[in-house]
Design a protein around this ligand. Structure first.
Ligand SMILES: Nc1nc2c(ncn2[C@@H]2O[C@H](COP(=O)(O)OP(=O)(O)OP(=O)(O)O)[C@@H](O)[C@H]2O)c(=O)[nH]1
Ligand SMILES: [Mg+2]
Length: 659
């Protein structure tokens, strides 16, 4: 294998440096030969031609497939998100110059430290004709969807993990409350679920793990996350309301997560309940009930009246049996982060779902870029648990920092390994972030902002990561028709603190707190610095407020209404900022307070304001069509009103706009 070196690339007739210099110097030389005006055209052609040839030679050096050089040994290069030009050239055993040349040919002006994403890197390798080089995306992400483990012969049965999903208020939490004999719904702010939470119950002597998810549209991220964590999705549809947007979304999430679907047609005790219509509705959305020849189990229930819930649980276990859900337990513990938040005195409090192995207190675990030693472990009821087996949800403390929901966690043998792995993950994540620093859509957005759209700055703090994500996602979804740009200054989990106020001060930034509190000293500080802090317990109230704030930033709408027209018959006095004139109202009316456009031969002359109206030398309220009278007009500069001019009256109001 021979590889072009920097020296080779310069070539014999190339000046040092960019390699463009020889062409440039030839250009100067040709120019100097121009003597006669008649030759000018010819000479420019030759210069241009020469230039093109030189460029082609240059590229030939850089990019023409060189079979000898391309005969590289087989190699796989792994890319975690992105790779720098320097790193790629080293991995390929090529010179940086050659790589930069190839990039240039493809319209990318790159420097040695530029980061290339996976697609760009594969195109370039193709261009270079490096058939033996395979690019592979390095799996740095520890996200839910990427957990696939080959089971061993020793794998044991595990309980099914069931996510309860569906439109807001269709009865998901009530279903779990009845099943578990608890009263969550009553304690929920605004009567809506805003978190994902996990429970376990025993039916027929077998465990089932349930995840409750919010139905409000703002929580798409949590719902998607819920679907990803599960084996079976129970879609709750209220029989008196039918299929709604979040029902459809839940169906889609369940399908994309490859989860089995069972439908619970709820609220059948209600007056307006129509089971058949609900089934028909569902079949319109691709879920065919078994009794109609389809493959979806649908159980009519009343969560509130505890009707048919046993049958629903039977169906869940039956589905679990068909799926043969198993997990290995003699492997290092692993699983997924369901939710995480900070608590004073406890630090990070993290809900985990074990998917393999057995998690015990005292063990070291890594999730994404953070790690920790399991200090305490509780079951869903808050009772200490020494060991968690597959499909068991637990709450642990001990993570150094908050892991993200959806992150995969794994047990490692000691703290040193944990720290090292977390660091490697952090680097991989940083790489991914770096490659995503500026994307095409970011650029477009930046270009739009540069024009005249206004910016709404916010800082979002929430009790758990899931809710911060949901608030941010929902804020981004507020449609401002491109007029307002949302700028998320920062986000975080935990109470509003000094740093948030510092960041917000002077920048017209609103701090939104969701299910968090504001310590007294912080609210004093915010009041002093004029920083608005708004805290909410219900997401849609927060979103309404943000929408309202954005509406305040919109330019007001100007509404003009034509009110009449007058023909000027006499001009009695013209001063710098006032006119006294008389005329006949042709249409509508003339009234004090109206504005008027002075129009002469269809040409706009000036805008004036009617200050008073007279009829037969008496002040009157208005003159109507057919009447003649006098007007006092206010002008901003001297207007030379003439007989025969038309005054076109109108009113103008400004109206606050809404989104
Ligand atoms: N009549 C009747 N009412 C029900 C039934 N199930 C739930 N409800 C009522 O419907 C309302 C909403 O129930 P929730 O359980 O909070 O609904 P949810 O799906 O958890 O709502 P989100 O979590 O906010 O999406 C409550 O007032 C319940 O009492 C039922 O089977 N019959
Ligand atoms: Mg609920």
């Amino acid at each position: 294998m021979s590889v072009a070196t920097k020296k080779d690339l310069k070539g014999p007739d190339m000046a040092p440096g960019t390699g463009l210099e020889p062409a440039t110097s030839k250009l100067t030389a040709s120019c100097s030969t121009i003597e006669l005006p008649g030759n000018v055209q010819y000479s420019y052609y030759s210069i241009f031609f020469h230039f093109v040839i030189k460029l082609r030679e240059l590229f030939a050096f850089f990019v023409q497939p060189n079979t000898e050089r391309r005969a590289m040994e087989e190699k796989t290069i792994q890319i975690a998100g992105s790779i720098t030009v320097d790193e790629l050239s080293q991995a390929l055993g090529l010179s940086v110059t050659e790589l930069i040349g190839t990039l240039f040919k493809n319209g990318i002006v790159a420097t040695i430290n530029q980061r290339l994403d996976f697609e760009t890197a594969s195109i370039i390798i193709d261009e270079l004709g490096l058939k033996n080089i395979k690019l592979e995306k390095k799996n740095t992400s520890t996200k839910t969807s990427e957990v696939h483990r080959e089971l061993s012969d020793k794998a044991v049965d595990r309980p099914p993990v069931v996510a309860v999903m569906g439109h807001v208020d269709h009865g998901k939490t009530t279903l779990l409350d009845t099943l578990l004999d608890k009263k969550t719904v009553e304690g929920e702010a605004g009567g809506i679920t805003q978190h994902i939470s996990a429970y376990q119950l025993k039916h027929d002597n077998r465990w089932i793990t349930f995840l409750d998810t919010p139905g409000h549209e703002a929580f798409a991220a949590i719902r998607q996350h819920g679907a990803m964590l599960t084996d079976i999705v129970v879609i709750v549809v209220a029989a008196d309301d039918g299929v709604k947007p979040q029902t459809v979304e839940a169906i889609n999430f369940a399908k994309s997560a490859n989860a089995k679907i069972i439908v619970a047609i709820n609220k059948i005790d209600r007056e307006g309940a129509d089971i058949d219509r609900t089934k028909a509705d569902l079949s319109q959305h691709g879920l065919q009930p078994e009794e109609w020849g389809g493959d979806i189990t649908m159980v009519p229930i009343s969560a509130k009246m505890n009707q048919n819930l046993d049958q629903l649980l039977d169906m869940i276990l039956l589905t679990a049996d068909i799926e043969e859900l198993k997990a290995d337990i003699d492997i290092p513990a692993e699983g997924l982060v369901i939710e995480s938040h900070m608590e004073t005195g406890k630090g990070s409090v993290v809900n985990l779902l074990v998917t393999g192995g057995e998690l015990k207190t005292g063990e070291f675990i890594v999730a994404g870029s953070t790690y920790g030693k399991v200090r305490t472990m509780l079951d869903w009821k808050g009772k200490p648990k020494g060991k968690a087996t597959p499909s068991v949800p637990v709450t642990v403390t001990g993570f150094k920092e908050l892991p993200n929901f959806g992150d995969r966690f794994v047990e490692v043998k000691d703290e040193k390994t944990a720290r090292k792995m977390a660091l490697l993950n952090a680097q991989a994540i940083a790489n991914e972030m770096a490659s995503a620093n500026v994307t095409g859509s970011d650029l477009l957005r930046m270009m739009n902002v540069a024009d005249n759209s206004k910016v709404f700055n916010v800082i979002v703090k929430g009790d758990v990561l899931g809710s911060v994500t949901s608030v941010v996602d929902s804020l981004k979804m507020i449609d401002t028709h491109g007029e307002i740009t949302l700028n998320i200054v920062s986000t975080g989990v935990g109470d509003i603190n000094e740093n948030d106020v510092y960041m917000a001060a002077g920048e017209n930034t609103v701090i939104y707190g969701f299910n968090v509190s504001v310590p007294i000293n912080i609210s004093k500080m915010a009041a002093r610095d004029n920083v608005p802090i708004r805290t909410y317990k219900v997401i849609y109230e927060l979103l309404d407020d943000a929408k309202h704030e954005m509406e305040n930033l919109l330019d007001a709408e100007i509404i003009e209404n034509d009110t009449g027209e007058m023909k000027v018959l006499g001009v009695f006095r013209t001063e710098k900022t006032s006119i006294i004139a008389g005329g006949e109202v042709l249409t509508g009316e003339a009234k004090a307070g109206f504005l008027a456009r002075v129009v002469r031969d269809k040409q706009f002359i000036a805008e004036v304001e009617v200050t008073s109206v007279q009829k037969e030398k008496m002040d009157v309220d208005s003159l109507v069509a057919g009447e003649t009278g006098g007007l006092a007009l206010k002008t901003t500069s001297k207007v030379d009103l003439q007989i025969g001019d038309r005054l076109k009256f109108f009113t103008r109001e400004t109206r606050k706009r809404s989104l």
